[in-house]
Design a protein around this ligand. Structure first.
Ligand SMILES: *Cc1c(COP(=O)(O)O)cnc(C)c1O
Length: 374
């Protein structure tokens, strides 16, 4: 069993992906070829955002988003401590300071009730993460931002395809940033990412920053980065878009299979009814995580921990906050465990994994014929 079965996913779209890659090899425009604009239009249409700017990774999308907003030395950006390190890294790379608001233990997303107290005259942006594929509490966060005149960047690296109160993730705030890292819900076969905005000026700034701050050939209006997404990777995402809605449905089906066996028996990361997850991860919350993980691995079931150490306690970042700053994130870092997930995880596979989790937790297994959900 694979944690995410990328090979099965490739096989399902093999002809289309190969044809798209071959087309790029044939036309030879490896940098900023026609697939780049084609993908940007398609993704903008998917999300409802006016602009999509593809970039070289999700990390670069966050960095370029912050640069487009003018974040720099001495500025503060309020974010969650419970994310992949790229979230805080992009802030620190610009000389700004991440200010961590603790998470809601039910969803593992930033607790909007803790954000406003952290706003200072130096605050330049709020950056929630839609963790595991489930959008953060964007309405509450946007309302706080509006009161203080701040932009909001959604780190949607895990949530492309998710919805929130009828809108798409990546189009829920000033800027949305996603990643096409292979194992993300919409992945390519290398590095890639995109940022989304309906603000024309931010989109124009991001397009310049992506090519070394160049407004015209060899005219560098601002300091930028080398942050383009390869044409080949854009071609892969275009090919994979064809089945993406179906794949999202399959992920939802796999999550429902897990829910049916696990809900009420072990603690789960909760999913709110007013939003749908892209199910980048299906995550359980355990008291003896390390023992359960070892038992599953012994049965050939891969699991992962996202993330074992909250960002505010990582060695390179620990000087930025008090060690006791975010106790909920610290607790969840010791308890979360993600199960195999993906569009090609079938009913039997999900059942095998769920029963193994229940067995390792010493929870009574549902007898055959018993209604699955409790
Ligand atoms: C994956 C991820 C990133 C970084 O994306 P890359 O494409 O790997 O650079 C940023 N934030 C979160 C929450 C992620 O999961």
């Amino acid at each position: 069993m694979e944690f995410i079965d990328l090979k099965a996913q490739y096989q399902a779209s093999r002809e289309l992906i190969n044809a798209r890659i071959q087309a790029v090899l044939d036309h030879g425009q490896y940098i900023m070829g026609p697939e780049v604009a084609e993908l940007e239009s398609a993704l903008a249409a998917c999300t409802g955002a006016r602009h999509c700017v593809t970039v070289s990774s999700g990390t670069e999308a966050l960095l370029i988003a912050l640069m487009a907003l003018g974040v720099g030395p001495g500025d503060e950006v309020i974010t969650t401590p419970f994310s992949f390190i790229a979230t805080a890294e992009a802030i620190v790379l610009l000389g700004a300071r991440p200010v961590f608001a603790d998470i809601n233990p039910a969803t593992c997303n930033i607790d909007p009730g803790l954000v406003e107290a952290l706003v200072t005259p130096r605050t330049r942006a709020i950056m929630p993460v839609s963790l595991y594929g489930q959008p953060a509490d964007m309405d509450e966060i946007n309302a706080i931002a509006l009161r203080h005149g701040l932009p909001v960047i959604e780190d949607a690296a895990q949530s492309f395809g998710a919805t929130y109160r009828g809108k798409k993730s990546c189009n829920l705030s000033t800027i949305g940033c996603t990643s096409f890292f292979p194992s993300k819900p919409l992945g390519c076969y290398g590095d890639g990412g995109a940022l989304f905005t309906s603000d024309d000026a931010i989109a124009a700034a991001a397009r310049e920053i992506r090519v070394h701050g160049q407004s015209r050939r060899y005219v560098h209006t601002r300091v930028g980065v080398g942050g383009r997404m390869d044409t080949l990777q854009c071609a892969v995402v275009l090919a994979k878009l064809d089945r993406f809605e179906w794949e999202l449905g399959q992920r939802q089906r796999a999550a429902a299979s897990y829910d049916a066996l696990l809900s009420g028996r072990v603690q789960l990361v909760g999913h709110a009814r007013d939003r749908s997850s892209a199910w980048a991860q299906y995550t359980v919350v355990l008291d003896e995580r390390d023992r359960v993980q070892a038992e599953l691995h012994a049965q050939g079931i891969p699991t992962a921990v996202h993330y074992p150490v909250p960002m505010h306690l990582q060695p390179a970042y620990a000087h930025l906050s008090r060690p006791d700053a975010c106790p909920v994130a610290l607790e969840m870092a010791g308890r979360v465990m993600s199960l195999p997930m993906g569009p090609y995880l079938d009913e039997a596979g999900a059942r095998k994994v769920a029963l193994a989790v229940l067995g390792a937790c010493g929870v009574a297994l549902p007898a055959a014929g018993e209604p699955a959900a409790v």
